[in-house]
Design a protein around this ligand. Structure first.
Ligand SMILES: *Cc1c(COP(=O)(O)O)cnc(C)c1O
Length: 376
């Protein structure tokens, strides 16, 4: 009996051929395929600008610089998120201020953020946790009149929908991840999107050492002398490669099918787990999730989460602990300014069920049987 993993990326021959084509072209660093992937991703979201980078972590770093966040500033973030959300704030010398989340969606709300706003609040990072769209409009209405920016951490949420539009489509700045644990993957990779042309131009320079003219543009230019680059601020090497972008272009075309299959399987989990007392994550009122993380909150009557995970492992089911809480990890321990009861409940009592494109109904039945047995 083989173990059922929690996630398998949906990659195939088409991605392999696209990567091989990039290699054979001789241009493997950031070049025409990255530019094409950026155009296609921007079009998918309905945003004017998309800037490809090396990961969502680097996308968040650039987004915070773009939002003008720096030393002495505070940025409100959910503790209930992958640690990169808080770390990006630390990278720019600002302080992450942890807000609690709504216990149903796992996301920040205006009500959880409001008590933490101070004169130093420069930004809020709104995470679409596990793919569930955050109520961006409510947060913007609270935060923007105070001169602060809402940056959307849409790492998990390519393919999710917020009020009829792809998640991130209306955000001033949004960051995406293409790590294999998310839906659309390029191995490693990320994207930062924005609405403003001057901001997009600055993000493009920042990802490439602060260069005024990109290496790809210099190479393409005929008038070599007139295109001499300058370095006007300190940038980074956060570039994506053309090999990754070639894979990303194929993956983007498959995204609707990925989301449709995941939603079908998640609904099947919901039916099969009815009556266990567990609560499976669901669509919020204002949109739909891609089920990047199909998490189950254990019922009060269930044993300790560690025991449930151990039982599942014995049954050949590789589930995972739920989403982490940054304020419980060493770098951020003791820094929370308010109690975070929903965060601590969700991080301690939820687990992530196997969900991937190729998961069969038979395998899913096996997972459900193991969960029911583990819950006792
Ligand atoms: C995965 C994830 C990240 C980090 O993405 P990388 O591409 O691995 O850097 C950031 N934020 C959230 C919410 C994530 O789930």
């Amino acid at each position: 009996m083989s173990t059922i993993p929690v996630m398998i990326p949906w990659l195939g021959e088409e991605e392999a051929l696209a990567a091989a084509e990039a290699v054979r072209s001789g241009w493997v660093a950031q070049g025409p395929r990255v530019a094409e992937f950026e155009r296609a991703f921007a079009e998918h979201l309905g945003v004017p600008h998309a800037v490809a980078v090396s990961s969502c972590t680097t996308a968040l770093h650039l987004a915070l610089i773009g939002a003008g966040v720096g030393p002495g500033d505070e940025v409100v973030v959910p503790s209930f998120s992958f640690v990169a959300t808080a770390n990006a704030v630390t990278y720019v010398g600002a302080v992450p201020v942890f807000a609690d989340v709504d216990v149903t969606t796992g996301n920040l709300t205006a009500a959880t953020v409001e008590p933490l706003l101070t004169e130093r609040t420069r930004a809020v990072i709104a995470v679409d946790q596990g793919g569930v769209p955050v109520d961006l409009d409510g947060l913007r209405a609270l935060v923007e009149p105070r001169g602060a920016t809402v940056v959307e951490d849409a790492a998990c949420a390519a393919g999710s929908v917020h009020r009829g539009r792809p998640v991130g489509g209306t955000a001033a700045l949004a960051a995406y991840s293409f790590h294999p644990r998310k839906l659309l993957t390029t191995g490693e990779g990320g994207m930062v999107t924005c609405q403003d042309g001057a901001l997009a131009a600055r993000l493009r320079r920042l990802r490439e050492h602060g260069m005024s003219v990109s290496a790809a543009d210099r190479h393409a230019a005929k008038d070599g002398a007139g295109r001499l680059e300058t370095y006007d601020e300190i940038g980074f090497n956060y570039r994506m490669t053309d090999i990754q972008a070639a894979i990303g272009l194929v993956q983007l075309r498959k995204l609707p099918a990925m989301v449709a299959r995941r939603r079908e399987l998640a609904e099947r989990y919901r039916e099969l787990l009815a009556g266990t007392g567990g609560r499976l994550v669901a669509d919020p009122a204002h949109g739909s999730t891609n089920y990047q993380s199909c998490w189950l909150l254990l019922p009060d009557t269930a044993p300790d989460r560690g025991a449930v995970l151990a039982d599942l492992a014995d049954a050949g089911v590789s589930a995972r602990r739920g989403i982490m809480a940054a304020h419980l990890e060493a770098p951020y321990q003791g820094t929370a300014r308010v109690p975070l009861p929903a965060t601590e409940l969700l991080t301690g009592r939820s687990l992530i069920l196997p969900l991937y494109h190729a998961l069969t109904e038979r395998q899913q039945d096996r997972v459900v049987g193991a969960v029911r047995a583990a819950l006792g």
